[in-house]
Design a protein around this ligand. Structure first.
Ligand SMILES: C[S@@+](CC[C@H](N)C(=O)[O-])C[C@H]1O[C@@H](n2cnc3c(N)ncnc32)[C@H](O)[C@@H]1O
Length: 301
């Protein structure tokens, strides 16, 4: 016990118990390399809850009244690093190939809905980046394939009859609130070039606020990727830099669930350090100019 009344460290058994609970709740896997981080966050939560032993905290976590504290602990354990236009090669593949392919294909079928899911969206930079790329992609598409009627002025970001929905989900309520607010500092905006800033942001003092029209395309919602009840009928899923915190068994379960959440021929994008190699038979790899994505294939049963 330290002078503050808090334990100076936790035993291996205590940490194993907590690891198992975290894994069961959200799929995050804490191996030895991340044990120090787990200890540090655990100590913080004990201090915050004014509890002085691991077991009193653990009992709280598994109790009915402890649900809110469990969410807080999980929030404290997540890594929320993100940025606008992250992984340019992959976004080029999305913009120039996947989106073109989807728009053409859907128009042929007279299906004018497009649904993209940013799973593990953190503070919103990823879904807003996708919204900007989709708005530009649609405008460019209609420059080359004009609509048979005039659009109202000012031109809407999403020309009718298209309906675009970008779902942004996360397990952390605090990042979801930040995303919903959509206000970013100069340093968070460093990867957004001026033409995007001009068209899609308003200046708000020292910060930048996402314009209303772009915000209307993006919907933030809580979803825990560990559960079975995940958003269905997506044309594209972006789940980047999330799976890397899961172990192989959980990664496999997740990409198979994603296959069920995708429309026929839908696409899945994972992070630069993540791969579907050896995990699943449900996708084929699409690779263009250093960008990689995975397209769902129907596996005969
Ligand atoms: C490193 S950020 C990645 C953000 C963004 N996708 C990107 O690549 O820039 C990982 C996000 O995944 C979320 N996350 C972790 N486990 C999750 C789970 N089980 N369900 C939903 N989101 C989860 C975290 O809260 C965090 O915001």
């Amino acid at each position: 016990m330290s002078t503050t009344g808090l334990p100076a460290h936790f035993t291996e058994t205590e940490l194993k118990l907590l690891q198992a609970l975290v894994y069961q709740e959200c799929g995050m896997h804490f191996d030895e390399r991340r044990a120090h981080f787990l200890q540090d966050r655990l100590l913080r939560r004990l201090k915050e809850c004014r509890l002085d032993s691991f077991y009193s905290y653990y009992r709280l976590l598994i109790s009915q009244e402890g649900q809110q504290e469990l969410s807080r602990l999980l929030e404290n354990l997540t890594v929320n690093e993100t940025s606008f236009f992250r992984n340019k090669a992959q976004l080029d593949l999305f913009h120039k190939y996947v989106l073109e392919d989807l728009l053409r294909h859907k128009q042929e079928q007279k299906d004018y809905s497009l649904r993209i899911w940013s799973a593990g969206c953190s503070t919103g930079q990823e879904p807003y980046t996708l919204a900007m790329l989709v708005a530009d992609g649609l405008a460019y598409y209609y420059m080359r394939n004009p609509l048979p009627f005039d659009l109202p002025t000012p031109k809407p970001l999403v020309p009718p009859p298209w309906k675009v929905e970008i779902l942004a989900s996360d397990i952390s309520y605090s990042v979801l609130r930040a995303g919903q607010e959509g206000i970013y500092t100069e340093s968070q905006m460093s990867s957004v070039d001026y033409s995007y800033r001009l068209r899609y942001f308003d200046k708000l003092g020292e910060r930048y606020a996402v314009k209303k029209a772009l915000k209307e395309i993006v919907h933030f919602d809580f979803h825990n990727l560990k559960t079975e009840y995940l958003p269905q009928r997506n044309d594209v899923i972006f789940c980047r830099n999330v799976m890397m915190y899961f172990d192989e068994a959980e990664q496999k379960r997740l990409v198979d669930k994603f296959a069920r959440c995708l429309n026929t021929d839908g696409y899945l994008f994972v992070g630069h350090a993540e791969s579907l190699l050896g995990l699943t038979e449900n996708y084929s790899m699409v690779h263009r100019n250093s960008g990689t994505a995975y397209q769902k294939i129907e596996v005969p049963v």
